[in-house]
Design a binder for this molecule. Structure first.
Ligand SMILES: Nc1nc2c(ncn2[C@@H]2O[C@H](COP(=O)(O)OP(=O)(O)OP(=O)(O)O)[C@@H](O)[C@H]2O)c(=O)[nH]1
Ligand SMILES: [Mg+2]
Length: 368
C-alpha cells in the first residue's frame, strides 16, 4: 500500500495481508470510500469482539504524542465510576494543558439529583487530585443531554486550538464525538465505533473543525483497578447500568452483611443502626444476611442465586480480598470501581468490604 489508510471506526492502520492481525480488510474493501476494519465491522454488526491485543503501554505511547501539542484537553469521566475512570497518571501523559472536565452518563444518575451540586463535587474531587479544570460539565453523550452546551463551552475554551478528547476506556469519548457529528450535520458514514467492551478505539482519529483545527478521539486507558477488568463479556453486561439508577436503601444493624450478587460483599462490623444506600446497576441482585451466616451462604449460592459470576466463570474470578474501613464522616461513599458505590449515611460505622483481588475499594465524600 502506498499511502496509509486508517480505519474510520477505530483509527488503526489498515492492512490486507493478515486476517488475524489488527486492521485487516479484504483488499477489495479498499475501493470503498469509507474503510472500516474487520474488528469494527464485527463490533458494529454483531456486537462481538476478539480479545484486545493492545496493552496499556501501547495506549500510553499513543497518548504521549499529545504532550508536545498546545491544545485543549477534554477529560471525560464516567460519572457512574468517577473514581475508577479518573486515572491519576493521565495528567503526566497529556502534559500541563488547559483541561476541561466532563462527567458523562448523567442519564444514570437518579433524576432527583441536583446536577450543579454534582459538578461542584467534581471540581472539588479534581482539586484533591491536583487538577484545576478550566470548566466542569455534565452530559449524557448517548442521550444527547447537554452535549450542545459542552460543545459550546469546548469551543470557547479551545481558543482556536486543537482539542483532544481523553479518558479511561469506556467513558463514552467516541459516543460523544458521534453525537457531535450528528448535531452539527457531519458525515453519518464516518461515525466512530463504540461498544461496551473496553478498548474499542485503537488509535487517534481526527475530525476537522470549522477553523481548520482538529478534534481528536483517543484510545482510552485501561484502569486495572476497575472490577470491569476481571469480568467476562456477559458479566460486564450484567453490571453495566443502562438506565437511571434506582438506589436501594438498606437499614442495617451491625453484624449484617450485603452481597452484591457474587461479586462483592459488605459486612457491617460495628456501629449503631445505619442506612446503606446502594448505587448499582438496577438488575444486580443484592442479598442481605447475618454476617455469621455469610461465608456458608456464599459457598452454597455463589454462581447461582449469587450471580454473576456464573457457574462456568466462577473459577476465573480472582479471590476476594478484605478491605476494612472506619466511616468517620456522615455521608461517605464506599466505592467499588466499576460496580458502583454504597453511601453510608451516618458516621461511626466500622465496615469491611470483600472484592475480587485487584479491585481498588476506597472511600470518598458522597457524590449525592
Ligand atoms: N448510559 C450511558 N451510556 C453511555 C453514554 N455514553 C456512552 N455510553 C456507553 O458507554 C460505552 C462506551 O462508549 P464508547 O463511546 O465506546 O467509549 P470510549 O470512551 O470511546 O471507549 P474506548 O474507545 O474503549 O476508550 C458504550 O456502551 C456506550 O453506549 C451515556 O451518556 N450514558
Ligand atoms: Mg472510543
Amino acid at each position: 500500500m502506498s499511502e496509509e489508510v486508517i480505519c474510520s471506526g477505530c483509527g488503526i492502520s489498515i492492512q490486507t495481508e493478515n486476517k488475524n492481525e489488527l486492521g485487516y480488510v479484504p483488499s477489495q474493501a479498499l475501493e470503498r470510500e469509507v474503510v472500516i476494519c474487520q474488528r469494527c465491522f464485527r463490533l458494529k454488526h454483531y456486537n462481538e469482539v476478539p480479545d484486545l491485543p493492545l496493552t496499556s503501554e501501547d495506549f500510553i505511547a499513543i497518548l504521549n504524542r499529545i504532550s508536545k501539542e498546545d491544545a485543549l484537553v477534554v477529560k471525560i469521566v464516567d460519572i457512574f465510576d468517577f473514581t475508577g475512570s479518573w486515572l491519576d497518571d493521565l495528567a503526566s501523559y497529556v502534559g500541563r494543558k488547559d483541561v476541561m472536565l466532563v462527567g458523562n452518563k448523567s442519564d444514570l444518575l437518579p433524576e432527583s439529583v441536583n446536577q450543579n451540586k454534582v459538578m461542584l463535587w467534581m471540581r472539588e474531587e479534581a482539586k484533591k487530585r491536583g487538577v484545576i479544570p478550566k470548566d466542569v460539565r455534565l452530559m449524557s453523550a448517548s442521550k444527547g443531554h447537554d452535549v450542545e452546551k459542552v460543545a459550546h463551552a469546548m469551543d470557547k475554551a479551545r481558543k482556536g486550538r486543537d482539542v483532544y478528547i481523553v479518558g479511561a476506556t469506556n467513558v463514552g469519548k467516541s459516543t460523544f464525538i458521534n453525537t457531535l457529528i450528528q448535531l452539527f450535520g457531519g458525515d453519518e458514514e464516518q461515525l466512530l465505533t463504540t461498544s461496551h467492551f473496553p478498548g474499542t478505539t485503537l488509535d487517534m482519529l481526527d475530525l476537522p473543525l470549522d477553523d481548520g483545527s482538529k478534534l481528536y478521539d483517543t484510545p482510552g486507558i485501561i484502569n486495572e483497578e476497575q472490577i470491569t477488568h476481571v469480568l467476562d463479556k456477559n458479566e460486564l453486561k450484567d453490571i453495566t447500568p443502562t438506565k437511571e439508577i434506582k438506589p436501594a436503601v438498606y437499614q442495617l444493624h451491625s453484624e449484617q452483611t450485603l452481597f452484591f450478587a457474587g461479586l462483592a460483599r459488605l459486612d457491617f462490623l460495628e456501629g449503631e443502626r445505619n442506612s446503606f444506600i446502594c448505587y448499582l446497576s438496577n438488575s444486580l441482585y443484592i442479598h442481605r444476611t447475618k454476617s455469621e451466616q455469610a461465608d456458608a451462604l456464599y459457598e452454597k449460592h455463589k454462581g447461582e442465586m449469587l450471580s454473576p459470576p456464573y457457574k462456568d466463570t466462577i473459577e476465573a474470578l480472582p479471590p476476594f480480598v478484605r478491605h476494612e474501613f472506619f466511616i468517620e464522616e456522615e455521608k461517605t461513599d464506599i466505592v467499588i470501581p466499576g460496580l458502583g458505590w454504597v453511601t453510608v449515611r451516618e458516621s461511626g460505622a466500622h465496615v469491611c468490604v470483600f472484592a475480587p483481588e485487584g479491585v481498588k475499594v476506597s472511600l470518598r465524600e458522597a457524590i449525592i
